[in-house]
Ligand binder design. Structure first.
Ligand code: MN
Length: 156
């Protein structure tokens, strides 16, 4: 099953480069050109990794990272910052904001893919099968007397 990568990048050439590279390595990619859409698209796409440009109009990658790390549904997703910033201060700020990795432009494609793989969950950790859905949906009738499906921990 293809792993999903959300790619947030305002530069069309870089966006195409990252997406082509990831697709060539069997990732499913979702390109986002406007950083203002990044959080919503991340919620919809549910990626295993976010590749985040930092310098963008309207909203910086730094702000998006901070926003994602405050969102309980998104904060666990690893973020790989990609930026032309060279200074150590900038790298420090980006990492402090919550980026898990930092790759500076111009991009080394080998290093890019190494970082992507390093941030991905292990291949053996297959995504959980959606089997429990059927079990949860099963008791639709006569559920009045049935206990709420909250899990035993909440009843103790
Ligand atoms: Mn940019």
């Amino acid at each position: 099953m293809a792993k999903r990568v959300l790619v947030v990048e305002d530069n069309e050439l870089n966006l195409k480069l990252f997406c082509d590279l990831l697709r060539a390595h069997q990732f499913e990619v979702e390109p986002v050109r406007d950083g203002r859409e990044a959080v919503t698209r991340a919620r919809d796409f549910d990626p295993q990794l976010v590749v985040m440009d930092i310098q963008m109009p309207h909203v910086t990658g730094l702000e998006i990272i901070q926003h994602m790390k405050l969102d309980t549904r998104l904060r666990h997703i690893p973020i790989m910052a990609v930026t032309a910033y060279a200074g150590r201060d900038d790298e420090e700020r980006i990492r402090t904001a919550g980026a898990n990795a930092y790759v500076s432009k111009p991009i080394s494609l080998v290093r890019f893919m190494e970082e992507v793989r390093a941030l991905m969950p292990a291949e053996s950790a297959a995504p959980p099968a959606p089997a429990p859905v059927a079990a949860v949906e099963a008791p639709t009738e006569g559920t009045e007397e049935a206990p709420q499906p909250k899990g035993p921990g909440l009843l103790l």
